[in-house]
Design a protein around this ligand. Structure first.
Ligand SMILES: O=P(O)(O)OC[C@H]1O[C@H](OP(=O)(O)OP(=O)(O)O)[C@H](O)[C@@H]1O
Ligand SMILES: NC(=O)CC[C@H](N)C(=O)O
Ligand code: SF4
Ligand SMILES: [Mg+2]
Length: 489
């Protein structure tokens, strides 16, 4: 048996809100897999553990490559890309939220592929199925042989058991049985398929490129290949794309959509557009809301890079306090770093972030970050800033306190490890050792996302469960394992 590789997260990266997955698909272009590689590269922020590409060519049939690590290190070699011919291809970058975690099992890396009587089908999934464990137990009982430990594989086995005569109908059948969050891109020999769960928790976008079409988690993946954004796939919608055009279906019962509000706060790239709004602009607006809700007298507004930057710009613009790059990020820092020796770790290596001493000294500094999860980042940064001679440190956070885990495609630490679930705001301030600490209100966040009247308490416009504890889809596997829902929820 091979031993799990010993990797250590960056000290600023310990077990916090991990991102999710990125999916991309394209049809009607020569060397489609090369476009997929580019699209996945643009979506790399959504998952850095592993990536995979499947392509179809009438002569070569289905071909696939799945690798651990970054897209740029794997899917740029001509020798590999030549093995993925054809005009139809899909791909996935993964941050695992089910099954084996981390770089451990290549069989869990997507796209997953299955051969049915009517032909092959590959599937790439962003999201997490909340009833996968129950489904898996039931499917195994009835004879299914699972190849991976991923929740996504349930979809394949449900498809295998469907009595429908074609793959899109089998996908519909399977998806009517699963619960939770799923944005999918799938492909058969001739079709590119995209589906979003009825609440549309995860994003999925459609674009035109030449005579072909592309699907992607975010619009930034279209910009990189020069594809023209057309529209979002709607919550509960399934599109089937062939050389003849796009067909659209609504296979699920209609329900209120609940897009993940954290996509606006953190997950999506600032150059992506969601619901017609620039993600950068939304984040800048959150910063402006924060400056109005929690003003403070200070000399500088500094972002915790990179994720805090747009909100810090907004805070500075609204408050009139100058913006400065008080913390510098090392761009060559990957997500993980080979474990340094105990000795080096104890020296407090600053792998990713460092203070810009010259501008911090003797200043009262407002630090703006997008979120506090375990508080590791905030604590370390505050120490660094005070070490560098700052007079005062104030934290302003561009999301409400993260108090509940996500079960819809983001790997959050357990509830007890979320700082805000065990401490009040004042206790957190003391724990972090800062002069003041304020989070944007939930209503303020909704306003920044374009909801002028704030959050509709009776029927919220977004999923905000990690802040409110109100889960739009019952996390039944987790409840089975003992997870306690909020009492009034
Ligand atoms: O309270 P904590 O547990 O420290 O987690 C919160 C931090 O984690 C994320 O940043 P991260 O460093 O993961 O990535 P980023 O570079 O994308 O901001 C987030 O942007 C916060 O800065
Ligand atoms: N983060 C995700 O979207 C993960 C997709 C899928 N649940 C997996 O674990 O591979
Ligand atoms: S729980 Fe939070 S991170 Fe998860 S889908 Fe809902 S808003 Fe997004
Ligand atoms: Mg950050």
């Amino acid at each position: 048996m091979t031993e799990t590789p010993r990797f250590l997260s960056d000290p600023f990266d310990d077990d916090k809100l991990k991102e999710e997955c990125g999916i991309f698909g394209i049809t009607g272009v020569a060397e489609a897999a090369n476009f997929v590689a580019l699209g996945l590269h643009a979506l790399q922020h959504r998952g850095q553990e592993a990536g995979g590409i499947v392509s179809y060519d009438p002569e070569a049939g289905f071909q696939s490559a799945r690798r651990f690590g970054y897209v740029r290190d794997n899917f740029t070699k001509a020798s590999l890309m030549e093995t993925l011919p054809g005009a139809l291809s899909i791909g996935h970058v993964r941050y695992s939220t089910s099954g084996s975690k981390g770089n451990t099992a290549i069989r869990d890396v997507q796209p997953l592929f299955a051969e049915f009587a009517m032909g092959g089908c590959a599937i790439a999934h962003n999201g997490n199925l909340t009833n996968a464990e129950q489904l898996k137990a039931e499917l195994i009982e009835r004879g299914s042989i699972f190849q991976s430990s991923s929740d996504t594989e349930c979809i394949i086995h449900l498809m295998a058991r469907s009595i429908q005569s074609n793959i899109p109908e089998r996908i519909k059948d399977a998806l009517r049985r699963v619960e939770g969050a799923f944005s999918l891109v799938a492909m058969t020999r001739s079709k590119l398929i995209g589906v979003r769960d009825p609440r549309g928790v995860r994003p999925l976008m459609l674009a035109k490129i030449g005579d072909g079409y592309a699907l992607a988690s975010e619009t930034c993946a279209f910009d990189i290949i020069g594809a023209e954004f057309m529209r979002e796939i709607e919550p509960g919608e399934m599109v089937i794309i062939t050389p003849d055009g796009i067909e659209s279906f609504y296979p699920f019962e209609k329900t209120q959509s609940r897009f993940c509000i954290f996509e606006h706060v953190y997950f999506s790239r600032p150059d992506s557009v969601i619901s017609g709004r620039s993600v950068y602009e939304t984040r800048r607006q959150i910063g402006m809301e924060l400056a109005r809700e929690a003003p403070v007298d200070a000399d500088l507004v500094c972002p915790v890079p990179d994720s805090g930057t747009p909100a810090a710009i907004g805070f500075s613009q609204e408050s009139g306090i100058p913006y400065a790059m008080g913390i510098i990020r090392n761009s060559y820092m990957g997500r993980t770093f080979i474990e340094p020796t105990e000795h080096i770790r104890n020296m407090g290596v600053r792998l990713k972030l460092n203070v810009n001493r010259a501008i911090i000294k003797d200043k009262r500094v407002i630090l703006v970050d997008d979120s506090v999860v375990r508080g590791t980042t905030s604590r370390k940064i505050k120490e660094m800033i005070l070490d560098a001679g700052a007079k005062e440190v104030h934290f302003r956070i561009a999301s409400p306190p993260t108090m509940w885990p996500c079960f819809y495609g983001v790997d959050t630490p357990a509830r007890e490890q979320l700082l805000a679930s065990t401490m009040s705001e004042e206790e957190m301030r003391v724990h972090l050792g800062v002069a003041s600490l304020k989070f944007v209100s939930l209503d303020g966040l909704y306003r920044a996302c374009g909801e002028d009247n704030g959050r509709n308490v009776l029927d919220p416009q977004y999923c905000d469960a990690c802040f409110s504890g109100e889960y739009p889809v019952r996390p039944s596997d987790m409840i089975e394992r003992g997870f306690q829902m909020r009492k009034s929820a």
